[in-house]
Design a protein around this ligand. Structure first.
Ligand SMILES: *Cc1c(COP(=O)(O)O)cnc(C)c1O
Length: 439
């Protein structure tokens, strides 16, 4: 296939497709990469060039592209029952998925509500938290607390608990005002300050606060900002002390990403009291095949809606709620974890650690950090539009990667062997040198 075909798709796309997270005027200069097909960690363009999908296509693709087992599960479901509404009906893939995820929380988060994208799961959790307090006669509790630089999606409610200026500022007049507290950042060693800040807020406002929302262990869109499980354990305790819900947004970090199935597993929950009140999954749960999101919650929240009065129920829905194809894909993802995926993930994390270790001594690299198969480092440079330049340089090294500001990160599919780790480290290093020397 030729360069002409490649350019034709770019031209037609720029004319007809409004691309996400993109200033379209800029896209004219950095046209989208037309991808013809995917196989394993590789994406292929129309010229036969290949690119290693180092960010798992926005963190969703766990087992590579066109994984045979996931595809087979979806194809089987497609021939059986592609969709049925989940109000008034139910189906095996949804029931099995709910039971299996509940079991992974020891039954503590035993009620599963389905959404479609990550942002819809956030909306659902915010609404359920508020409405459950209201049903229990606590209707002053209608405010939310989120962390500095936190990201929870881009619909109006989710954006209100998101603190990323470029996504949020234009819509600020439309958004409910959330409380933003210090985010723990291992680079700053500020865990205690973050906890003190939250305690101070809750001491004053708990009567009005419905929930605190956090991204456990890694604040992804902030630039892979990491903190320790000890922070989460204490946030859990604070939320209990002040009678405020805790929402764990594991949309990015769930499904084995940080080395355990849930990031929250690293808090080592020993009793029901140690779990969050809500746990959200999306992105990886279908291995990058179908849009699906999930809100897991407790019996306590669920019971607050239990009534003969319809209006006390949670009447939220989306047309594709609990889509069987998506649930079948998610069940196939869970099959992988039942078959020992976490052991593989831990080995792969070790390979990444070893391959990237030499970067730590690079004079313009700082804070090389890792949680499971998320690896990141910060680059000190005055090069303008570093992220865009790095992305373009990396393409020439068969690497698809999009730094966040001056943070370069990898969140690759769970297909890392020694060769892949060496390839990634080599391609990152080469791209980095080219961008730095262009300065
Ligand atoms: C991506 C993300 C979301 C939003 O998910 P979408 O599917 O993009 O709506 C919410 N929270 C976190 C932590 C995310 O990384």
């Amino acid at each position: 296939m030729s360069e002409a075909v490649q350019h034709d798709w770019q031209r037609r796309s720029l004319r007809a497709v409004w691309h996400p997270c993109t200033q379209m005027a800029r896209a004219e200069r950095v046209p989208p990469l037309p991808i013809a097909r995917g196989e394993g960690p590789w994406l292929y363009d129309h010229q036969g060039r290949r690119y290693f999908d180092a960010n798992s296509s926005w963190w969703v693709n766990l087992f590579g592209h066109a994984d045979p087992a996931l595809n087979a599960a979806i194809k089987h479901q497609l021939d059986t029952l592609p969709h049925v509404m989940l109000a008034g009906c139910t189906h095996e893939p949804a029931v099995r998925l709910a039971e299996r995820l509940s079991a992974r929380t020891g039954g503590v988060l035993g009620h599963l509500f389905f959404g479609s994208d990550g942002a819809s799961a956030v909306e659902i959790a915010l609404k359920q938290s508020f409405h459950s307090w209201r049903n229990r006669g606590r209707d002053t509790k209608r405010e939310f607390v989120c962390l500095k630089n936190g990201y929870h999606g881009e619909t109006i409610g989710a954006l209100a608990v998101t603190d990323v200026a470029v996504f949020r500022d234009a819509y600020d007049p439309l958004l409910m005002q959330a409380h933003i507290v210090t985010s723990p950042d291992q680079r700053l060693g500020n865990e205690q300050q973050a906890l003190d800040d939250l305690r101070a807020l809750l001491s004053e406002r708990a009567h009005h606060v419905a929930a605190v929302i956090v991204e456990p262990l890694v604040q992804g869109a902030a630039g892979m900002v990491m903190h320790a499980p000890s922070y989460l354990r204490q946030v859990r305790a604070l939320c209990r002390e002040f009678d405020v819900h805790l929402i764990a947004d594991e949309i990015a970090v769930g499904c084995g990403r940080t080395g355990t199935f849930f990031a929250w597993d690293q808090v080592a929950p020993a009793s029901a009291q140690d779990w969050p009140d809500f746990l959200l999954l999306s992105k990886g749960i279908t291995g990058g095949t179908m849009p699906l999101s999930l809100v897991l919650t407790t019996d306590e929240v669920y019971q607050a809606f239990w009534s003969d009065d319809v209006a006390r129920g949670f009447l939220h829905s989306h047309s594709y709620t609990g889509n069987p194809l998506a649930c079948a894909a998610a069940n196939a993802v869970l099959d992988r974890f039942d078959a020992g995926q976490l052991t593989a993930n831990q080995q792969q994390a070790g390979l990444l650690t070893a391959a990237f270790a030499p970067l730590a001594s690079h004079p313009q690299v700082s804070h090389l950090r890792q949680r499971g198969t998320i690896l990141a480092f910060d680059v000190t440079t005055k090069v303008e539009r570093f992220s865009e330049r790095f992305h373009l340089a990396a393409r020439e090294h068969e690497l698809l990667i999009r730094p966040i500001g001056q943070t370069v990160y990898l969140m690759p599919p769970y297909l890392i062997d020694e060769g892949a780790a060496a390839f990634l480290a080599g391609a990152v290093q080469a791209s980095l040198e080219e961008v730095l020397h262009a300065a």
